[in-house]
Design a protein around this ligand. Structure first.
Ligand code: UD1
Length: 347
């Protein structure tokens, strides 16, 4: 059996690390790993491969940054040649980025089967590029790996249940696997001198490309009762010159996955517009405020472990005072999603 796995952006490196580890142990699978080059900076890309011990990609399409259409099209043009030559049984795609949809479309047109890790997520907000990428990828995939029961139900509502399998969430596998390694490899003082802090990230276009929203978020961060550590995505850094904020906001360069886990474990709460970080906060039992108007990960909202604030300073400053009202549920599987995914692919 031959699988071509396609990754391109930070969260996909984390998800693929889990599945690649399982595939590596199987001698009946030939695995070709392709990096689209959507993320390319050392601290956005190669640090993840080194730290998570992901095999070096067999191909790098080196598409870099561009508009949605150009980025998606360039991946398709470059990937098509490789898929035609390698003729895999499956193309394995992850999440909801432009790399995901580009790889899926290319495979579908070559009549190569597609398997989608993290299928069935919906924000019901079609202004998000990720929502378009998810809906389309799920629709043309042959095998859908749903991380949660809710994702299974959403796929079922779209008539896609016959292709869907509930596997659990590979990001949960990942936190369980790398949590100890993070503490072994780094100490908090390598990253920050602070002991008490909130941890934040911002990178969604709805926040970074709207000065009012971005200013509201920075105003809230400037007025929180603890310092805010903010490892900053290049998209957000590019907007800093038009934003006012106080020295309560401690900006860092993007951090590695293991450094992020360590920061999470030592933070008091998390404020983010990332989908992945909402869940990582949940797995590590840190309350989270989501700086968006909706979340795909509705399970995390139970008992206020995650609260949606939108980019609204008053709401953020108010909701940061609320603590979870009860225990967490077990929604994300048993930490063996990677194994289940590979088992399904080889059935
Ligand atoms: C992409 C995904 C998003 C995911 C995020 C994780 C899409 C549509 N969006 O968003 O779902 O949550 O990755 O980080 O696929 N840049 C650099 N260096 C890099 C990469 C990007 O400087 O290595 C800058 C460029 O200015 C680029 C901008 O960041 O234009 C945005 O990068 P892009 O890959 O288009 O989207 P992300 O915002 O990273």
């Amino acid at each position: 059996m031959k699988i071509v796995s396609v990754v391109g952006a930070r969260p996909q490196f984390v998800k693929a690390a889990v599945v690649e580890k399982v595939i590596e142990k199987r001698n009946d699978i030939e695995n070709i790993l392709i990096h689209t080059g959507q993320h390319y900076d050392e601290n956005m890309s190669s640090v993840f491969f080194d730290e998570l011990e992901i095999p070096r990609p067999d191909f790098n399409l080196e598409v870099g940054s561009a508009s949605h259409a150009v980025q998606t099209a360039q991946i398709m043009i470059r990937l098509e040649k490789i898929l035609m030559k390698t003729q895999p049984d499956w193309v394995l795609v992850y999440g909801d980025t432009n790399s995901t949809i580009a790889a899926s479309l290319t495979a579908a047109k070559l009549h190569i089967k597609i398997a989608h890790v993290e299928a069935g997520l919906r924000s019901f907000n079609r202004l998000m590029p990720e929502e378009i990428n998810r809906i389309t990828t799920d629709r043309i995939s042959n095998l859908l790996f749903a991380p949660t029961q809710n994702a299974m139900e959403l796929l079922s509502k779209e008539g896609l249940e016959k292709n869907a399998v509930m596997t659990g969430d590979v990001m949960y596998d990942s936190v369980l696997f790398y949590e100890k390694l993070a503490e072994k490899k780094y100490s908090l003082s390598d990253i920050t001198e602070l002991k008490d802090f909130y941890l934040a990230t911002i990178h969604r276009p709805a926040n970074t490309d709207n000065n009012e929203n971005l200013q509201n978020i920075f105003t809230a961060f400037s007025n929180l009762d603890l310092p805010v550590i903010l490892p900053l995505h290049p998209r957000t850094r590019a907007k800093l010159d038009v934003i006012k904020y106080s020295d309560n906001v401690k900006i860092l360069e993007p951090v590695s996955y293991l450094e992020m886990i360590l920061l999470l474990k030592n933070s008091k709460k998390v404020l983010t517009d990332s989908g992945g970080l909402q869940k990582e906060a949940y797995f590590l039992k840190k309350p989270c405020l989501t700086l968006r108007t909706e979340t795909e990960w509705i399970e995390t909202l139970n008992n206020n472990w995650n609260i949606i604030t939108g980019p609204n300073a008053d709401v953020i400053l108010d909701k940061i005072k609320e603590d979870p009202t009860g225990e967490q549920g077990n929604y994300f599987g048993d930490g063996k999603a990677g194994e289940k995914i590979v088992e399904e692919l080889t059935k």
